[in-house]
Design a protein around this ligand. Structure first.
Ligand SMILES: Nc1ncnc2c1ncn2[C@@H]1O[C@H](COP(=O)(O)OP(=O)(O)OP(=O)(O)O)[C@@H](O)[C@H]1O
Ligand SMILES: [Mg+2]
Length: 275
């Protein structure tokens, strides 16, 4: 079966008055259908840029991107909008709900652009809300009358209402306390069990632990879990070396720490006694 996501050698270079920013630098990633993938990385590493491209909200400057086997880099804006509306769902850190509209209206919103009849829209919204476990008593509340966790569940229901194949979530637990975040992650796992592909962005390893696989992004480049661990181990070893050198009165990293000076001249230069 073709993967849900197959992006290769993708670059995204932003062009501003200040110059060029290469936010993605040759990203290659494949996500199987039904897989739950976490993408981790520090602030500014390119996570949202990648998600915008994977979610067909933006296009790579170069590279190829096949979404469920279709080359989306070739599609028109209208066709991309159709792909988003029919195949993709989005969840954001800040919920992005209409505060004064009811829960039900918020969830029905993505269907406004489809040709679903009004009665069916309401039914679909009802179903989506039930699937994320929000009690019915809240469906006619305004969304600004809900708690953070309830708002995020409404946002997930909105992402599910068009029955998408792939759900993209950018820091969906970033504004939630640990217990509420866990509840939201359980909801994603449930969606995965129902066959959805999930791509979730987070900087929190505990959140990433809910996924089947984690990839890491740094300075616009992707790394596997193993590569990231090796990189961090190397970094820690270098830091330890520097600390050791400082403790010994050294002036640089461990690799610079000199052998005992063999001559009075070297002893003077290095400020340590000649042995
Ligand atoms: N629209 C834009 N125009 C110009 N530069 C941008 C734009 N969006 C992002 N960038 C730059 O691209 C790089 C990656 O940004 P991105 O938003 O993808 O990072 P991120 O990993 O999502 O960060 P955060 O964790 O803070 O959300 C940053 O250097 C950022 O300043
Ligand atoms: Mg971001």
């Amino acid at each position: 079966m073709t993967p849900a996501i197959d992006i290769r050698r993708a670059w995204r270079i932003y062009e501003t008055d200040a110059g060029y920013t290469p936010a993605l630098r040759g990203v290659t990633l494949s996500v199987a259908r039904g897989e739950f993938l976490a993408i981790m990385g520090p602030s500014g590493s390119g996570k949202s840029t990648l998600m915008n491209i994977l979610g067909c909200l933006d296009r790579p400057t170069s590279g190829t991107y096949l979404l469920e086997g279709i080359d989306v880099t070739e599609l028109s804006e209208d066709d991309l909008a159709h792909v988003r509306a029919s195949r993709l769902g989005f969840v954001f850190q800040s919920f992005n709900l209409l505060p004064r509209a009811t829960v039900l209206r918020n969830v029905m919103l993505p269907l406004v652009y489809s040709d679903t009849p009004p009665h069916d829209r309401e039914l679909a919204a009802w179903r989506a809300l039930r699937s994320v476990g929000l009690p019915e008593e809240h469906y006619l509340h305004r969304s600004n009358e809900l708690s953070g966790g309830q708002m995020q569940r409404v946002a997930i229901a909105r992402a599910l209402v068009n029955d998408p194949a792939i759900i993209f979530a950018d820091e969906p637990t970033g504004n939630l306390d640990t217990a509420t975040g866990e509840m939201v992650m359980r909801t994603f796992r449930r969606m995965q069990r129902r066959g959805k592909t999930i791509v979730l962005i987070t900087h929190d390893p505990e959140v990433a632990a809910w996924a089947d696989r984690t990839v890491h992004i740094r300075d616009g480049k992707l790394f596997s879990d193993e590569e990231e661990r090796a990189y961090l181990a190397g970094l820690a070893a270098r830091k330890d070396g520097e600390k050791g050198a400082e403790k010994d009165g050294g002036i640089g990293p461990a690799s610079f720490s000199p052998a005992p000076p063999a001559s009075p001249l070297r002893s003077k230069l290095l400020g340590v006694p000649c042995l």
